[in-house]
Structure formats: C-alpha cells, structure tokens
Ligand binder design. Sequence first.
Ligand code: FAD
Ligand code: KPC
Length: 527
Amino acid sequence: MTARTLTTWDIRKQDPLSIHDWGPEIDSMLEDPDDQRVVFNVDETDPRPFDAIFLGGGAAGRFGSAYMRALGGRQLIIDRWPFLGGSCPHNACVPHHLFSEAAAELMLARTFSGQYWFPDLEGKITSIKEMVDLFRAGRIAPHAIMNFQSKEQLDLEYILNAPGRIIDSHTVEVAGRVFHANNLILATGARPRPLDCPGADLHGVYTYESLVEDLDYEPGDTVVVIGGGKTAVEYGCFFQATGRRTIFVVRSQLLKLLEDGETRDYVITMMKEQGTEIWEDSLLTEVHNDGSGKVKGVTVSTPNGTEYVETDFVFHGLGEIPNSEMAADALGVKLNDDGTIVVNPQMQTSVPNVYAIGDLIGTPMEMFKARKSGMYASRHIMGEDIHYEFNEFPDFLHTHYEVSWFGIGEEEARERYGEVTIIKMPPDSEDGWEVALPATDRMMLYAFAKPRMSGFQKLIIASESRRVVGAHHVGAGARDAFQYLFQLYRKGLTIDQLAEMDELFLNPTHFIQLSRLRAGNQNLRDL
Ligand code: FAD
Ligand code: KPC
C-alpha cells in the first residue's frame, strides 16, 4: 500500500467557496484516490483556546459545534470525510427517504397499473441500481451546503478529509498536527452490525452503507432481506416495490417496535398484500458462492425446516455498533455492554472533560437525539445547568407507507389506565378496513378505488383524565404533525384541547375533527 501524501488545503487563504464551488471539490476528494487534500479551516490568528474539539462532524458534532459557537465558544470539528453532516446525507437517512419515496410511488403505480394515466407495469421490474446511482450523483449537493453553511454562516472551524487520533482527554492529532482543547467531545457515530454467517463477505451482500458505495450490477428478480427493524423494512419495501420477490428473514418478529397491535397488524398486512414474504423465527445460516465470489443463493433455517433460496442480492439491516473503540483504548471511557459510551444527562463520559454524543451513546439512533445531545454537551461546557434524557420521543418509519407514532399502544393503555377511549379511522365496523376513510392527500386514489389501502390511524385517550396517551398513523404526510403534536402531548394534551384546534381539512391525521365529535360527551365513547 502506498503511503498517503497529504496536502493541506487552507480554505481561509482564498475567497470563500460558494455552495457550487464546494460540489466538485468534495466529489474529487471522495472519488479520486489521488486527491488527498486535508480541508483546513482553522483561524490560526485567534489566540483563544478551543472550548472543545468535536471528533466527528455528523449531525451530533455539527449541531453541538453550531450551538457552542452561538453561545460565544470556540470549537474545532475534525472529520475523516471531506464534508460535514456525517452519515445521514451520505449513506443513511437521505438515501432511505429517496428509496422510501420510490416505494410509495411504485405501490401507487402498481396498484393502478394500466388504469387512468398509469402505465402498465404488469410483470415489469424497475431498476434498483438506477435509484442508487441517482442518489450517489446527487448526494454531493447536501454535502456542499453543509460545508458552506458551517463556515460562512455558522462561523465554525473544521478540518476535514483526515481521521483524528485521540492522544489524551484534551488532545487530538490530525494529518500530522496536534490540537488541544479544554474539552473533547466524541461524536464518531456508528456502523452497520456485520452479518455473522459463512459467505457474509461475498459480492452481492449489502448493508445500507455498502449498497450506496458498491452496488455495481442490477440485482436479479429475488431479494433476501435479513432483519426486522427499521432499516431492513425500509430498504426491503423499496426492493419489493421494484417488482422483485422479496423475502424478509427475521430472527424473531418483524417490526416489534410497533407497540399498538392493530397498527402493526395493518402495517404488516399491507406489506404482505404488496407481495412481501415474511419468514419469522428464521435464521440465515449461509450465503452461497457461485464460484466467482458472487452470491448465488442463501440457506435459511425456518420453523418448517431448511430452505434454499436462489438470489444474487442479500441486504442486511441488523442494527448498528458504535465507533467507540478508539475512545475506549485511548481514554478508557466506560462502555455499556453493547459498546456504546456511558454518559450522564449532561453528556459527560466517565473521563473528566470528555463528552460523548449522537449514535455513539446508543439508542435512539435518530437525528433529533444526535443533534440535541450535541447541543446539550455544548450548553454544559459553556456553563449552563442542563439535563437531557431521551426516554420518550415521537417516532416513525417507512414501509410502502409512512408510519408515525408516539406514546403507548392500546394494549398497554388498557393495562395502565383501565378505561380508555379509542378514536380511529377506519371505524370499527363489519366492513373492517374496506372503507374509504381515512382519506387525505396522497391517499385519495386509494380511498376512492382501493379503500382498504387508504391508511389507518388511532388516537388513544385515558378516559378519566381525557388525556391523549398514544397516537398512531399509517398513511402519508402525518410525520410533521406528529413532531409538534408530541410536544402538546408531553404537556398533557386532552381531547378537549384537540377539539379546540383548527384543522386544515382534508388533513392527514383526522384527530382534531374526530375529537370534536366526541369531546362534548362527559363520559367519553369510542369512535
Ligand atoms: P454520524 O453522522 O455517523 O457522524 C459521525 C462522524 O464521525 C462521521 O462524519 C465520521 O466520518 C466521523 N468519524 C468517525 N471516526 C472518526 C475519526 N477517527 N476521525 C474523524 N472523524 C471520524 N434518523 C432520523 O432521524 N431519520 C431518518 O430518516 C433516519 N434514517 C436512517 C436510515 C438509515 C439507513 C440509518 C442507518 C440511520 C438513519 N437515521 C435516521 C439515523 C441517523 O442517520 C443517525 O442517528 C445520525 O446520522 C447520527 O449522527 P452522528 O453525528 O451521531 O453520527
Ligand atoms: C438533507 C440535509 O439536511 C442534510 S443531512 C443533515 C446533516 S446535519 O445538518 O449536520 O444534521
């Protein structure tokens, strides 16, 4: 292996780069192995010490940095990638949303294939690789915005395209230079958990990370997806929507994280009605080699015996493991059993002056927690008395639909509160799901032509206090409402307050108008 020849690209010694200037530079540093520039954006005329070095400039490190800077502090981000923003725009959330949008569009197109203005998709498989290539070609745009915004608008200092090495709790080495700070904030994120079975390294076995980096062929007509959580389901539904036979192999149950039984039932039934095969209590035992290093099939152990599936494309989403090894080795920070770093509600690790934020500190591995934990670490360093715990939060995932929820499911609500009131669409009736409500944008064609596919929603109210204790939605467009509604729920949102709100009819969640139909009752009744 040839040694890496690093050159420093001091971007403070030239005119500011526009967003459009950044694009080709980032592209070159990412794609051209000979482009070994280290992006250097440090104000060497500033005599102040750094209040913190952020090791990692993903969502956690970037938001922590922005907050520290806004509070008057001085920060330095060090990131091994040539852009800020981390895995979300590079290989995680952003491709997931592109693929999930494709899944929703394809479900619509296939449902109405040959009708109205829809082309005939009968028997047609659409390209997976085209969508992956579309993402790869476009992902530079958000990267460029992040680098521009961070320097020109947020006044952040950063060094990019070189890994940092922790020397001690105040010191990091990067590209041959050593930087000191009063505090060190670890923000190195997480990586996909590897698949542990023979053949796991064959060409044709992908994670969310390797899919967007390495896919170099069009997968055949059968896909095997390993895992039953968000990533597996989100990518698997996209693969299925392209028209391929898609088999989920799940060690226990699919989507256990959906706690409301009826919501989960709707979600999984709709996945199955799209043609998805779900093999639960099953284990992938081997990925087979076609003799040239490529996948030709898999063996799966199921409750009904061993099955062989011919396929050239295996995707696994088995969760993530934290990038905590360097911090553990160099600093001895205390780890949880799963390798995540132990922090207190101030984001402090077991080592003085060392903080940890983002995916590195464990679940929920979501953007809100990454960004907020960064913000809270900075506020603490800057002298504020803060406390951040993330026990309860709104959540979402994609199947072919968007699924949003917060609070508890009906089963737990009945256990906890005894009397609960359920407000839902479609209503309980002998027609089951075969009714044209809920209906709203993106669901109108289903509502009129395939009512059972128009979604499902449920509001759970503790009858005595009249407070909302859970909300669940399957459809499209409700996620945004859920992130705000959750704040009201935390403050004790009641059915009466919902009845007072102003709906923008036809609205994705029908909760306001449905609540108004019942709020006049002293003794609440289901709807
Ligand atoms: P990262 O963004 O991973 O940042 C870590 C940074 O550390 C990287 O930039 C890396 O280059 C850098 N680094 C690591 N080691 C070093 C080193 N030694 N030196 C220098 N730099 C280093 N969340 C949502 O809220 N919504 C979604 O829709 C969503 N979709 C997702 C889809 C998928 C497939 C996955 C896997 C995750 C998704 N997430 C989503 C979760 C979200 O992506 C993460 O929670 C978030 O990106 C974590 O941010 P972070 O800053 O902790 O880590
Ligand atoms: C699409 C987009 O906003 C880029 S991904 C966000 C990265 S960061 O702002 O650092 O959380």
